[in-house]
Design a protein around this ligand. Sequence first.
Ligand code: DP6
Length: 360
Amino acid sequence: MEKVNEKDTDTLCCVTSTAPVNIAMIKYWGKKDTDLIIPLNGSLSATLDQGQLCAKTSVAISRSFKNDRLWLNGTEQSIDNPRIQSVLNEMRRRIRKRKFDESDLSESFTQGMSKWHLHIVSVNNFPTAAGLASSAAGYACLVHALSKLFNIEGEVSSIARVGSGSACRSMYGGWVEWLPGEDTGSSIAVQVAPEDHWPEIRVLILVVNDQKKPVGSTDGMQATVRTSDLMQYRAKKVVPKRINMIKKAIFDKDFETFAEVTMKESNQLHAVCMDTHPPIFYMNDTSKQIIRFVHDFNNEENTIRAAYTFDAGPNACIFLLEENVKKFISSFSRKFPPSSYENYIRGIPVNFEQPTPATP
Ligand code: DP6
């Protein structure tokens, strides 16, 4: 990244990054600190291929900009969004922690916001807020681009975390754990296995409905924390054991255990949503038919060949091994003809990648 001389009034410095979504097998649902976004329990996910479901964000800083501005999918949004401001403030804190160089443009960003302004432009290549982890990719991408712009090195997943909790996991490729931690420095994501560790794994995204979900994750999970007794039990007694089980399954490439834990986790997420008062329903009838279909598919050969997982929406993510993809799709298409469920398969992300610089 080139340093910019402040006297060079019209200089514009711009960085573009792309970041993929991540799909959680062990779910994050509930915060113990809502400002810092410290979760009640740890979680674990796979970061998907850049080409399929990803966000692309450009950040530009210039003295010729009159104020900070943000565009999301072509529409201007308020830059005063508290999550965006948390990310920018955390970024400023990191910049202040390191030694200043007079010509460094990040000094201008922290001290002279009246002179230098940021423009942020972000696009997703998939539906926003439909339970497809759009905020995770979006904030991971923003933090990656800002870190490059301001030369922030080292641990940056905790900056993405203050934008959206699950975003910290999209800062790494491969299999990623979010260690819950106690404070902002210890609540970070770590890679537990690299991108190429289990190359036979595939994910199908079954888009049941790409409309915005009725209850957002942020509000939904705090309603669960306030009202569900099951949630307290889950966070303390269930999740830690499942994290260990699934990590071992990933290390050993043991698909059956991996699949069983993944499906049970998804079901428990939706069980605590149901235990919330009033209850929250993210899955619809089609989602439930997909669950039944996957169990029938597994029963056919008496072996677990596919695993579903649902986040805060009706869309299914199906994990399976490469050798079973064709069989699954052909069997699925017979049960759910494309004419009745248009667009139900939105890609087969294959590689697991982390955010990368991109050509604007
Ligand atoms: C259901 O990260 O969107 O996808 O931290 O409030 O922004 P905030 O929530 P968010 O929650 C996602 C929850 C989930 C499960 C998961 O990804 O682990």
